[in-house]
Every structure is written in structure tokens, then in C-alpha cells.
Design a protein around this ligand. Structure first.
Ligand code: BGC
Length: 462
């Protein structure tokens, strides 16, 4: 069947931008609460006299929480709705931040970090999912990626907050600051509508029509409604539907893109940049921390540059350019370490290649892994499917975070970065053969293509 996407609307309403901006606060909390530990742990370590194992446990608690949040919540978003879940998540974020700020001992702190992680795991996919379902097809790439922009801003903010409370060793304040965006998210979401696609899924057609008229700024929404309703007949909304023969390749590309986005080593840079900078000759904590802040800012700037390009150039060209930059920079970095470059050269090669690497990630895998995950699943199993691939993201994040320092020890820095570089080359080829171009296509058209049995590479065809 031919979908009407192109006739839906001509101009994007400012209300849609407002909705996306509020929901994207989930990304801000994601970035802030994952980044804040890097500074806070130094003082927690001291106050609670932690062993190395204790430090590792507290640092990875958030990832464990995120993994469980993602795994356990898929059915919830498909049952209670995207908006309601985000509202509850905002409360968990706020309580988790207060809990960690007031923790009396390491166990309580670890548990509090698991709670915060739980909220991150759910928020990490519910926000892109919600925005994707609200957005007009022609700006969906940009609006969904606002969430990624907020992740990068959240990471920088966490570095700044850590820095601000360093003199007073105020780790409780560092964690506690997360309460403010959580409150804004909670209050903001109260004013936003539920996703019209979810409402139609639940048979609330009239409410969905009202919302669509408001967010599209036109009375002329019947084509979009009928496109959405058309997809409902295919749906069961169950695990067996998600694992049906048609869906298996879709889950696989979503999951693999998430796994590759982590296996290329992004969080070794985000979490361990100071370690890498010190290895490459930057002396003292201050220089390493400053260089890390620089990496965070480059991440924000390149995400901003890429935002309008997702819907103009498309997802695939940006993936090709960005992943190629990541591969080249990792190979260069590995080479500099392998060749035992003179410290002066090593220092600048490592700074240059980390900047190139982050810029590459920021225009490609960072935003697009989440964007594609929000686009490829059919309405009836969108929450379930996204939660599954999100769990793959957090699971592989956890594995990389736990093994990176050991890899450095066993393989040495040169080979470790080459390993990540090799994985980036595999990722590039994977995109070439399996990832669809979803620019300018409605979610319903993508769903129709899945039902028609098209290969994953062609899911975005009109
Ligand atoms: C990834 C995170 C990463 C962040 C960096 C996100 O897309 O999921 O693991 O820390 O980007 O910007």
C-alpha cells in the first residue's frame, strides 16, 4: 500500500520542537548521571576508604542499573504509554539523585547508583521512541537526535559540576545536582500529550486525532491516522511477534548497530580520557582533565553540526564519514603508541586523534544508533524491540568498561586501539551492507516494507 506521509504536513509546528526539547531532558540526565562519577569517585574513594574492587563496583553500578532498566521496561512502555513512563522515570531520577547525595556508606551509594542507572536505562530509549512517534517524518532525524545532543551536553555539564565542587570535595553535591533536570523533566512532561501513535494502538482514536491536529497545526490529519491504523492489523505486540521470521533481521541490525556503537570504544574515551591523556604524556591531573573537557565540548559541537544533516544528507552518508574518521583516528593513535613515538609527538597525535574520533562518533554512531532503533520497529512492538536493543547497548557498554584497563595491560595501548580500529572497519562494512536509509520516510512506510519482506538494507524505500 502507498503511504501518505508526504501529504501529512508542510510546516513543522513549534509545539513539536517544544515537546522534543522537554523529552530530550532524558538525554541530559543520561549524560549527566553517567559522566558525574568520573569526578565524584575520587572523593568517594577517599571518604569511604574504598578498595579498587569497591571503586569498580560503584563506577559500574550505573551500567548494571541501566541494563536492568532497559531489559525490564519494554512491555511497560507498550502497555502504559511513552509519556507516563517518562514521568515515572523523572521521579526515579530525582529520588535516585537524592539517595546518592545522602548515602551513608558505600553499599547505600552503590544501590543508589543502580537506581539512577535503572532510570537511565529506561529513559535512554523511551525518549527517542516518544520523539520519533511525535515528529513529522521530514525532521524526525533532527528531533530524535536532540536527545543525543542533550546526552553530550549532560556529559559536559557533569564535568563542569565536578570541577565546581572539587575544591570543597563535595561529591554529595555533584550527585545531588541531578535532581534539578529531573524536576524540570517531570513538570514539563505533565504538559505534553501522549504519543498519538500509542493512543491509536490503544484504540483511543479521538484523543489521538485531537493531539495530531494540535501538533501538526492542521485539521487535515486523516491520512496520517489511516496510515497508522493500517499498520495495526499486522500487530500482536507480543514477544512471538517480535521474534517472528520477518522481524529477526530487524532486531539483528538494531542490536548489532548498538553493540558496534559501543564496541568501537566510545566510552573508553568518555570514561577514561584522562587516563589516555596521561599515558600519552600530559602531565598532572589538571591538564588531563582540561583535555577531557575539550573532548566533551567537541562532542557537543559536532553533534550540533550533524543535527540538520540527518534529514538532508541522510543517515548512511553520515555513518560512512563518521565511522571512517573513527577508524582512521584509532589506527593512528594505536600506531603512535606502537611506534613509541617521541612523547611530544605522541601527546599531539593522541589529542588530535581523540578529537577526530569523537567528532566522527558525534556525527554518526552516537545519534544514529538511537535514531535507527526508534525507526525500525513496528508500532505494536516498538517499546519491546527498543528495550531489547537498548539492553544490547548497555550490556556491551558494561563489558567494554570492565575490560578496557585489563586490555591496556594485556595487549598494550597500541594493540588495544588497533582492536577498536579493526572493529570500526567491520562496523563500516556492516553499515554498507545492512543498514537502511530512513531519511524522509514515514514510520508506517518502514513498517509496510518489513511486512512486505524487504531486506533490512531496503527498509527505507518509498
Ligand atoms: C552512547 C553513550 C555515550 C554517548 C557519548 C551515546 O549515544 O550511547 O554510551 O557515552 O553517546 O556521547
Amino acid at each position: 500500500m502507498a503511504y501518505h506521509a508526504k501529504q501529512h504536513y508542510t510546516e513543522t509546528q513549534s509545539f513539536v520542537y517544544f515537546i522534543a526539547a522537554i523529552a530530550a531532558l532524558c538525554g541530559l540526565l543520561f549524560g549527566f548521571d553517567t559522566g558525574v562519577i568520573s569526578g565524584a569517585i575520587l572523593f568517594v574513594h577517599k571518604d569511604f576508604a574504598l578498595t579498587t574492587a569497591g571503586v569498580e563496583a560503584i563506577v559500574s553500578a550505573v551500567l548494571l542499573g541501566a541494563l536492568s532498566g532497559a531489559v525490564l521496561s519494554g512491555r511497560v512502555t507498550d502497555t502504559f504509554g511513552r509519556r507516563s513512563v517518562i514521568i515515572v522515570v523523572a521521579v526515579i531520577f530525582a529520588l535516585g539523585s537524592l539517595w546518592t547525595a545522602m548515602a551513608e556508606g558505600p553499599i547505600s551509594l552503590g544501590l543508589g547508583r543502580i537506581v539512577v542507572g535503572f532510570a537511565i536505562g529506561i529513559a535512554s530509549y523511551t525518549a527517542p521512541l516518544y520523539i520519533s512517534e511525535i515528529a513529522p517524518y521530514n525532521v524526525r532525524g533532527m528531533l530524535v537526535s536532540l536527545n543525543q545532543l542533550c546526552i553530550t551536553v549532560g556529559i559536559v555539564l557533569s564535568y563542569v559540576v565536578d570541577y565546581a565542587f572539587t575544591a570543597s570535595e563535595g561529591w554529595r553535591w555533584m550527585f545531588g545536582m541531578g535532581v534539578f533536570p529531573a524536576i524540570i523533566l517531570f513538570v514539563g512532561m505533565l504538559f505534553l500529550p501522549e504519543s498519538p501513535r500509542f493512543m491509536i494502538l490503544k484504540g483511543k482514536d479521538e484523543k489521538a486525532r485531537k493531539t495530531l491536529k494540535k501538533i501538526r497545526g492542521t485539521e487535515n490529519i486523516e491520512d496520517e491516522v489511516s496510515d497508522i491504523k493500517e499498520t495495526l492489523s499486522h500487530e500482536q505486540g507480543t514477544w512471538s511477534m517480535l521474534f517472528s521470521k520477518r522481524m529477526t533481521p530487524v532486531i539483528l541490525i538494531g542490536a548489532l548497530l548498538m553493540i558496534f556503537s559501543q564496541a568501537d570504544g566510545i566510552n573508553t574515551i568518555i570514561y577514561y580520557a584522562p587516563v589516555i591523556f596521561k599515558m600519552s604524556g600530559f602531565e598532572g591531573n589538571a591538564a588531563a582533565i582540561l583535555a577531557t573537557l575539550g573532548v566533551g565540548i567537541v562532542n557537543v559541537i559536532f553533534t550540533i553540526i550533524a543535527l540538520p544533516l540527518f534529514d538532508r544528507w541522510g543517515r548512511r552518508p553520515l555513518l560512512f564519514i563518521g565511522i571512517a574518521a573513527m577508524a582512521i583516528s584509532l589506527i593512528l593513535l594505536g600506531y603512535a603508541f606502537k611506534a613509541h613515538a617521541h612523547l611530544e609527538i605522541l601527546r599531539w597525535v593522541s589529542l588530535g586523534s581523540l578529537i577526530l574520533y569523537i567528532a566522527g562518533f558525534a556525527i554518526s554512531l552516537g545519534p544514529i544508533s538511537w535514531l535507527l532503533a526508534s525507526e525500525i520497529f513496528p508500532l505494536g512492538v516498538r517499546g519491546l524491540g527498543m528495550s531489547l536493543v537498548t539492553a544490547c547497548n548497555w550490556g556491551s557498554n558494561l563489558i567494554v568498561a570492565l575490560t578496557f584497563l585489563t586490555l591496556l595491560e594485556v595487549l598494550g595501548a597500541g594493540h588495544t586501539f588497533w582492536l577498536f580500529g579493526g572493529l570500526s572497519v567491520v562496523t563500516w562494512l556492516f553499515v554498507l551492507f545492512f543498514i537502511p536509509e530512513t531519511k524522509g520516510v514515514s514510520l508506517e512506510q518502514i513498517e509496510a516494507n518489513i511486512q512486505a519482506g524487504k531486506s533490512t538494507r531496503h527498509l527505507g524505500e518509498h
